[in-house]
Design a protein around this ligand. Sequence first.
Ligand code: BGC
Length: 768
Amino acid sequence: MNEYLKHDEWCIIEEGFNPENQRSSESIFSLGNGHIGQRANFEEQYSGDTLQGNYIAGIYYPDKTKVGWWKNGYPEYFAKVLNAPNWIGINILVGKQELDLAKVKIKNFRRVLNMKEGYLERSFYAEFSNEQAIEVTAKRFLSITQNELGCIKYQIRCVNIDDTITIEPYIDADVINEDANYNEKFWEEVDIESRPGEAYLTAKTKKLDFYVCTSMKFSIEKNNTEIKNTVKENKRKKYLSQRVSVDCKTDDVITIYKYASITHSENHDKEQLTIAAHNNLESATEKGFNQLFTEHANAWKKKWTTSDIEIEGDVAGQQGIRFNIFQLNQTYTGDDERLNIGPKGFTGEKYGGSTYWDTEAYCLPFYLRTSEQQVAKNLLLYRYRHLPKAIENAGKLGFKDGAALYPMVTMNGEECHNEWEITFEEIHRNGAIAYAIYNYTRYTGDESYIEDYGLEVLIAISRFWAQRVNFSQEKKQYVILGVTGPNEYENNVNNNWYTNTIARWCLDYTLKMITKVQTEAPEKYKKLKEKIHFNELKEAGKWTNIVDNIYIPEDEDLNIFLQQDGFLDKEIIPAENLDPEQRPINQKWSWDRILRSCYIKQADVLQGLFFFEDHYDEDTIKRNFDFYEPLTVHESSLSPCVHTILAAKLGYKEQAYELYLRTARLDLDDYNNEVNQGLHITSMAGTYLSIVEGFGGMRIKNGELHFNPFLPPQWNKYSFIVKFRGKLIKVEVTNEKTIVYNQHNEKIKVIVHGLDYSINAHESLEIR
Ligand code: BGC
């Protein structure tokens, strides 16, 4: 843990500069607008330890796989989100001395991430060796109204100066990924164009030829009057800067406005990139920083009206949940179905910026509840567009006839992860993709998705399960051998309960959806059947047989589901008995010891009970929770939220709150000692769900909205807003009552603590 940030309801605040926290702060104070994003690096030079990071959604590099022992079927590459050209840079020279926070004396350092309006601000006082001093305030944002635009206002107040200040804004494409497998740089220069105060650097990526134009336009004011001093250009390969020198005296104020536009060949013709960037910069400078910022801040305020959670009586908790919501909204805006959500978003290189099952299992419900329906639909369409590759991927592993195995990790639909126990064995991801279709449909009521896209995916996934099971002559049942479940601390196990359960559910759900589409949209069904050569009699017949006869491991004595065959052979010792010095076990123990232990990395059986809670009675959920929770070490950030929701359902209120605390400030207080690598973006959606589904008890059942709220004793009150089928509904919970506000212009029906209520348009209802 590292608790150095101040508590505040709307801002993340760091006071005082400690270089040891720099990498962590660079992650925490990251900015993004769904299309471009960056770590909170400094504008001016910084020679201390830093991880430079600018990222562009969808622009990646297929870095040649590096493994010790090659296995057939491994992908050729591991996709990396590229560290993109740096556009924030502004070198500052005071006299001959460089402003570098690792070298000058700093006072009053303050860094603020304002989540309400979506900007980063930094201020400090810097004193140079000759006692000259300046005060700097730097504000920047990545526009969410114009997603190719970033803006900086960098202001220097001369405290004690009689000298020249040199300002050197630059663009630098000579950047490297820290995680490059062969220490190789991934960018090649294509073109540089410039004129005073303006520059356009086009670079392309190696191998995949993504073209990106990074451009800047700047102006400089001295005491509020624009100055037009001579610009001295410095060009080298993949780099361009322009120097302007200004004579300064004490109390002078120099203001630099730097606008950057990032245009790329995924969105523009590659010949038009400079023109598009130029147009963006022209319109940006016409509007000016203040107007651009007002538009951006207003758009953020609007986002908050459909996604905020308010907590009264716990500032740290309030800050934590808003940070999670803010980061999710910065990472994915859902206006482009080619994009997705990497576990680290735009905040670091780990996980390569690629898509994992996290999106379907965790993130989708967040966007369903807080955004327009199309946002969640685009997440599903992303996988629909990747279906041919998923079929190809399954083909490489020996499956046939249209069976699809979605990749565990992907950028473009191809598998790009190369640990055999994950790549080949963590096949439960296919289940999450089917579950997301179900989740979307039951939430939105949009049945057309299944007819137009969903069923095709479901059939392909079911074809995979039907080939992946085998019939055990010994058990006289279908089994699934050699898998890794969600708990990655077990590999190559047989009959992982979660995997077998979700496989059975997928087959059953697909069969039901076939019947539905057959009846409700026969023409579409016929077309699909022909397109994918679906042999209903043969294939559906086999699926029914598997549904009826798949082995689901259970232990009769303990009356629980068995995580996998043989789980009870392990020595079962609750995790609380572990020496705290030995935790996290993934950093302290050998892999072999972890595999043999009973410790569970993340929700596994409990993940299944969370997905399918309606299939089990409360006693069953309780028995399994009571058995598996004490063995779970929650060493994946995705884990505690699922346990929170189940604990809340079971009435374990204290435990639910304790588990929730692990997720809410995971990154802000650096629980896992790794925030320097980037934030845990996908698990942030789980944190949101911990409140809405955990404490708020929100569920959708038969198309109806249920709440079963309680107030954690540590809070005075909390409220959340959800969008459900186009209606905005706010739920406020105190100890005495729950108030449901219908913010829609039609009557709504809700079910609270099992009782039906209807609420007129724009009215509220108090339930005691
Ligand atoms: C978890 C996976 C997850 C991945 C990316 C791993 O630590 O075990 O379930 O998909 O992180 O978040």
